[in-house]
Design a protein around this ligand. Structure first.
Ligand code: AMP
Ligand code: MG
Length: 399
């Protein structure tokens, strides 16, 4: 059976970033740049004051002090009109342009004003100014293609005047739950029925990954319904099904995906929960539809979505081909593992003064979704029965 590492290798060999689009800066949070961004101007664009105080010629200081004539008040947004001659100063505010002739600013706390005169006695040697181009020079590349946009980067783009940016767009992801036993969340289940919890969960996970979730409701376990809803799902960049990929008589998903022209990339991965996971694609010309069939047990769907769907979405959105990043965390309690396969166990990851620590939450297996609500991560227990001790290091994946 395919190992988890092999599954990721196949995934990265298959999934390619979506084409760039031009978006308003305000729409770009969490998206990845598809262009290098260089500055068309120096930043700051002029020499400016970092303090409220007085702009002076440093050569006017005599034994560390001077009494100077105030010739102007310069507030932020103004352009100074008076050059500073020897013996003169302008009162200046934070962010205002430095007047010609001045080379330092004495902060207001180090001054004593008397009418048109001010006595300046700087404590310390700070210049309290920032020169034009200190942060960025015209032509400098400030952000590289492939950078994911967050608050600071969006702020920098605004500083550079980029109201529009080229980014990889958000993928659309159809979500299709399969099963004759399922009823929508707002209906009371009858005998033998359960609520379709996977749809709500997958919508949330896919939105959290930055993609646009398109829930399609429930497909029944018959070929006609399944096939029609698969076709509907192929209108999106990605289709994520839950259920119907195992070995039951009504597990029709793999054969119906094949009938719809989807090529299998992998089916079954050596892991727990989630072993029956299915992944494939259909390429028509330059466009591709990616399809995941997740096992229906809710925690199997949860884990496979966190691992594979999320990673594929990141790649579609232009992020580097990187597996989910593990935090090595110290186990807080002993644990006896019986699993024969690598197991992603719901876990609580916390940061302590001595480093990250992890607790495995009580959990009854792949159908126990409510057991996962105490978790904020999953800890990977490598296959094979083993006794873990306090302080043993586990690879832990925050979700
Ligand atoms: P399957 O993968 O279709 O064999 O389903 C495995 C288990 O997951 C069964 O107990 C199903 O009832 C359950 N299941 C399947 N789909 C869902 C869903 N959308 N929401 C909640 N449980 C589900
Ligand atoms: Mg089923």
């Amino acid at each position: 059976m395919l190992t988890i590492a092999d599954a990721f290798d196949r995934l990265f060999a298959t999934v390619k970033p979506l084409d760039p689009v031009s978006l308003a800066l305000g729409q770009s949070l969490g998206l990845t740049l598809a262009e290098d961004i260089s500055s068309t101007a120096d930043s700051p664009p002029f020499d400016k004051s970092l303090m409220d105080g007085y702009a002076i010629r440093s050569t006017d200081l005599n034994h560390g002090t001077a009494t100077l004539e105030v010739v102007e008040v310069i507030t932020a947004g103004m352009v100074p009109t008076r050059p500073i001659e020897s013996g003169q100063t302008s009162q200046i505010m934070t962010g205002a342009p430095l007047p010609i002739g001045a080379d330092i600013v004495i902060k207001i706390e180090d001054t004593a004003r008397d009418g048109d005169l001010v006595r300046v006695t700087p404590q310390g040697s700070q210049t309290n100014i920032v020169l034009r181009g200190t942060s960025v020079r015209s032509g400098d590349v400030v952000l590289r293609a492939g950078t994911k946009l967050n608050g600071s980067r969006i702020g920098a783009l605004a500083e550079l005047g980029r109201a529009q940016v080229n980014v990889h767009r958000r993928p659309t992801v159809a979500i299709l739950a399969t099963g004759d036993e399922l009823v929508p969340v707002d209906q009371e289940p009858g005998p033998g029925q359960i609520r379709n919890s996977n749809e709500s969960m997958l919508v949330a996970q896919i939105q959290a990954a930055g993609a646009i979730a398109v829930p399609l409701g429930i497909a029944r376990d018959n070929r006609i319904d399944l096939r029609a809803k698969i076709e509907q799902g192929l209108q999106c960049d990605m289709l994520v099904l839950s259920g119907g990929v195992s070995a039951g008589t009504l597990d029709l998903v793999p054969s119906e995906l094949a009938a719809a022209g989807i090529t299998e990339v992998f089916h079954k991965v050596e892991m727990k929960p989630g072993k029956p996971v299915w992944f494939g694609l259909r390429r028509v010309g330059t466009t591709a539809n990616y399809v995941f069939g997740l096992p229906g047990n809710p925690v199997s769907s949860l884990v496979c979505c966190e691992l594979f769907v999320r990673t594929a979405l990141k790649r579609l959105m232009g992020e580097p081909a990187l597996r989910p990043q593990a935090v090595p965390a110290a186990l807080e309690h002993p644990h006896s593992a019986r699993a024969d396969r690598p197991t992603y166990h719901p876990a609580r990851l916390t940061w302590t003064p001595t480093g990250p620590v992890v607790t495995l939450v009580p959990w009854h297996g792949s159908s126990d979704l409510c057991g996962t609500v105490a978790a904020n991560a999953m800890a990977l227990l490598p296959g094979a029965a083993r006794q873990y001790g306090v302080g043993d290091c586990l690879e832990t994946f925050a979700w």
